[in-house]
Ligand binder design. Sequence first.
Ligand code: TMP
Length: 204
Amino acid sequence: MFITFEGIDGCGKTTQAALLAKMLEEKYEGKRRVLWTREPGGWTGGSWIRERILEGNLSHPMSELFLFLVDRCEHVRREILPVLDDDGVVICERYTDSTLAYQSWGRGIPSGKIETLFEWCSFPRPDRTFWLDIPVKKAMERVCLRGGRDRFEAAGYTFLERVRSGFSYLAQREPRRINTIEASEEPQVLASTIFSLVEVSSSH
Ligand code: TMP
């Protein structure tokens, strides 16, 4: 089972991914491997690419796109596929929907071209995606409270509004895969909603 979490910065993905990983680990009691990972940089040795992308001295949007794709090719082959092939569960913070929302809606690269590159790379499709939706203003308040602002967060309000509308478009386009979750709710409430949706999809 391949599960992804998506949303703008500050939407609470990490908290929800961690809670889901814990609940699934308790459920499977070691009988099924549960991998909790993230992009960019979620593979062994991949932290350099995360740092290069986030430090933000690239001049061309395509350079940024290609770095995310390099990162994903390595992440998929080294970490994600071995777990899926072994009937494990992968929980990944950010994946292809982030690339579409940020690099297409955010940076203006045509989405059809990006999706062609996904096909070339043969990226596996998630079984279920949780889009944690939150108003940009609220997300930015959270990000400022935690103190870190990378180049995407620093790109500002209108950029993140475009990214959010990208996620919204994708959720409407693929409602069977992408669940929209109202992320302003209490984390524990969200976690049990998400867990029950995973339970439903794993019983099919
Ligand atoms: P994170 O801090 O949520 O891990 O994500 C790092 C930043 O990278 C975040 O602002 C979103 C951005 N990003 C993209 O622009 N495209 C992508 O494909 C991915 C995976 C992340």
